[in-house]
Design a protein around this ligand. Structure first.
Ligand SMILES: *[C@@H]1O[C@H](CO)[C@@H](O)[C@H](O)[C@H]1NC(C)=O
Length: 319
């Protein structure tokens, strides 16, 4: 009895230790022809969608494995079950030891491919768009390839960085859905002392935000190029903030929703400024245009109890 209890404790300690301490040697035999999917999950109410998405990725020939990075350490293990069959890519659950969003870019030993597809648990994209984005990345392996563009900009009046959306240029793509070289996970996590990365990561940890901005910094510092935007005929964004806004308007809290959105933008601008200070440079570069016609960020919004395209509800910027 006592022996088995000791064994259990031993396993827990070892399990946590392997996650907390990264192996900072980049493997030299990573597979160039497939992708590892890294899906971040946190909310148990989205588990049904997460299971559907994970199974979808697992059936694609270009996917070697699907890692589910579960960000809520308090979720009961019995809830976190995922279907896996021998005929598809394996679906592997990894529980982050803390809520820090830096874990999103942990260089897990299970990552055996040259590139990773990083995504949220509420974004759906057709397989052809994923293949197209992967081919685009293969021609530009030093850039991030993504679907959701954003921009940084210097506000001349306040002399501070702001976070925004430009219609014709972008310097940031969001981790809602992106492909990036796995080596940047090692760089994000392992670059230490003197580089300012430790301080930048502590901003992410403290704010519980902006990890997606920091990975854009890490890649741009190395490549000195902006991210590439690819398009898709459709992208389903179940987490589109316009849904939340609609819910709040329904509850008569419109003002709260608007100030939250502004607060979000301000916090993101503040992160850009903090990263600039910590790293001592502003590496973000603009890119123009995109790699296919008709890129539209298309959310699905609730309207009269039905899901419709958000542009049928009314124009508004999210994030
Ligand atoms: C760290 O990773 C390298 C490259 O994959 C591997 O050769 C080495 O065995 C790993 N070390 C440990 C302690 O796991």
């Amino acid at each position: 009895m006592r022996k088995s209890l000791l064994l259990v404790i031993f396993h827990l300690v070892v399990g946590t230790a392997t996650i907390l301490t990264p192996n900072c040697t980049i493997p030299d035999d990573l597979n160039p022809n497939q992708l590892t999917v890294l899906i971040s999950g946190y909310s148990t109410h989205r588990l049904p969608l997460l299971r559907t998405l994970a199974s979808f990725y697992a059936t694609l020939p270009i996917i070697s494995s699907v890692l589910i990075l579960w960000g809520n350490p308090k979720t009961h293990p019995s809830l976190l079950t995922f279907p896996s069959t021998s005929s598809t890519a394996p679906i592997i659950l990894i529980r982050n030891p803390t809520r820090s969003l830096n874990h999103r870019f942990h260089p897990h030993p299970q990552i055996r491919t040259l590139a990773v597809l990083i995504c949220d648990d509420d974004i759906q994209i057709p397989s052809l768009s994923i293949s197209f984005a992967f081919r685009t990345w293969q021609s530009h392996p030093d850039r991030i390839v993504g679907f959701f563009p954003r921009s940084h900009e210097l506000d001349l009046e306040s002399k501070s960085w702001i976070y925004t959306i430009h219609p014709d240029k972008h310097s940031i793509v969001l981790t809602k859905m992106m492909i990036v070289a796995s080596e940047y996970l090692w760089k994000y996590t392992c670059i230490e002392e003197g580089s300012g990365m430790e301080r930048a990561r502590s901003v992410v940890k403290k704010e519980r935000n902006c990890e997606d901005l920091l990975i854009n910094f890490v890649v741009a510092m190395d490549s000195r190029k902006g991210p590439l935007l690819v398009g898709s005929n459709w992208v389903r964004d179940w987490g589109d903030t316009r849904n939340e806004k609609d819910e709040k308007i329904a509850k008569g809290k419109k003002k709260v929703a608007i100030s939250e959105k502004e607060g979000h933008r301000r916090r993101r601008g503040m992160c850009i400024g903090e990263f600039h200070k910590a790293l001592g440079i502003m590496p973000l570069r603009y890119s123009y245009g995109n790699f296919v016609e008709g890129v539209k960020e298309q959310g699905l919004c609730q309207k009269g109890g039905k899901l419709v395209r958000c542009d049928q509800v009314g124009r508004d910027h999210d994030q």
